[in-house]
Design a protein around this ligand. Structure first.
Ligand SMILES: [Ca+2]
Length: 175
């Protein structure tokens, strides 16, 4: 069952990638009001076609030629929020959230968060009120979710199963 799960995921992303290549950047050619994923952040976000735990999310994004998403400033938050609002039916609650690549598992004693996709320390954050709380001392992975009608971050148990956000890889050395 899990192998089918994985190959379906890769197929789902391949369709996305092929649509991008064959039809050009259909997203960025929309009307300017609706031009939500073309702001110049140097990458594009994709909402996963299915769900997985944090580590599956890492594997699936990588196997689709992308990386699990990082969100490193307000512009990226704006693009991510617009992508989620346009590409998915946002529902309240962490169970309906989306894995990002942030994790404190490398430093579980001090709970310093790093972006596992890039190795960079998490500087910009968009935590929900009272997050990160490392509830039950079992929450080491970062998800974005709609909480009280705002898209914010929280630490969650890495084994939880939810959707995830992949991003196209940054082109090297362009800043
Ligand atoms: Ca938490």
């Amino acid at each position: 069952m899990t192998s089918g799960f994985k190959s379906n995921t890769v197929a789902g992303f391949l369709v996305l990638a092929l649509c991008q290549n064959v039809y050009g950047s259909h997203i960025s050619s929309r009307d300017s009001d609706d031009d939500y994923n073309s702001e110049d952040i140097g990458k594009m976000y994709y909402v996963s076609p299915d769900k997985g735990n944090f580590f599956q999310a890492l594997l699936f994004c990588t196997s689709a030629g992308m990386e699990l998403a990082t969100v490193e400033n307000e512009s990226e938050t704006a693009v991510l929020n617009k992508t989620l609002e346009h590409e998915d039916k946002l529902k309240e609650g962490w169970k309906n959230g989306y894995w990002l690549s942030g994790s404190s598992l490398a430093y579980p004693e001090t709970l310093e968060f790093y972006w596992t996709s890039t190795g960079q320390k998490m500087i910009y954050t968009n935590w929900a009120k009272s997050e990160p709380d490392n509830a039950k001392k079992e929450q080491f992975c970062v998800a974005a979710a709609l909480i009280k009608n705002k898209i914010v971050w929280g630490d969650n148990e890495c084994k939880n199963v939810m959707k995830y956000i992949c991003q196209t890889k940054r082109s090297c050395c362009n800043n």
